[in-house]
Design a protein around this ligand. Structure first.
Ligand code: ZN
Ligand code: ZN
Length: 178
């Protein structure tokens, strides 16, 4: 996705607004899963010629489909990312190091969009703060279905037995001592 700066060049202080829809870049979530955007990404803001650079100020909005960290169901998340970037023509002598570069008279926004969306991804996103997650015993989605598994009300003496039962039977003798 590109924005033309034609009309801004050599016009100190000149500003142009932008407002458009862009296709979503390929996004990879924190656990390596691919994340889909639902519909296009909405970008809105202004580009201003500050004299030393082109300053982009605005926001992007997108609706993403994520996977709940507790129940593993897909859910939708609306994100709104503020954009605040400086762009300098590559080779511009007074450009600062952390400014992005562009060539010709078009600023390519792909990297800005991708980074903004990546920063908006939750590390452990939940479909709902009250998500009940999956039952650790039977694996049922407890938001949809109640199960009769009892996890916490185990008699402590039985818990000890449970631990013993988890030990390999018959003294498996990995270290040969039994
Ligand atoms: Zn959930
Ligand atoms: Zn269960």
């Amino acid at each position: 996705m590109k924005i033309s700066i034609v009309g801004l060049e050599n016009q100190l202080g000149a500003t142009i607004p932008f407002d458009f829809l862009a296709p979503s870049p390929r996004l990879i979530g924190p656990s390596g899963e691919e994340i889909k955007a639902i519909g296009p990404i909405h970008l809105q803001g202004t580009i201003t010629n500050t004299g030393s650079c082109y300053h982009l100020d605005g926001k992007l909005e997108a609706k993403l489909e994520l996977c709940c960290a507790r129940c593993l169901e897909r859910y939708q998340l609306s994100v709104r990312v503020p954009l605040d970037e400086n762009y300098a023509k590559s080779g511009a002598p007074d450009a600062e190091e952390d400014w992005r570069r562009f060539q010709g008279d078009e600023i390519v926004l792909d990297e800005t969009i991708e980074e903004g969306l990546n920063l908006s991804l939750p590390l452990r996103g939940l479909c709902d703060n009250n998500c009940q997650g999956l039952c650790p015993i039977c694996g049922k989605n407890r938001n949809l279905e109640k199960c009769n598994c009892k996890e916490e009300s185990l008699d402590p003496r039985l818990a000890v037995l449970g631990e013993l039962l988890k030990e390999p039977l018959g003294g498996g003798g990995k270290n040969g001592s039994t």
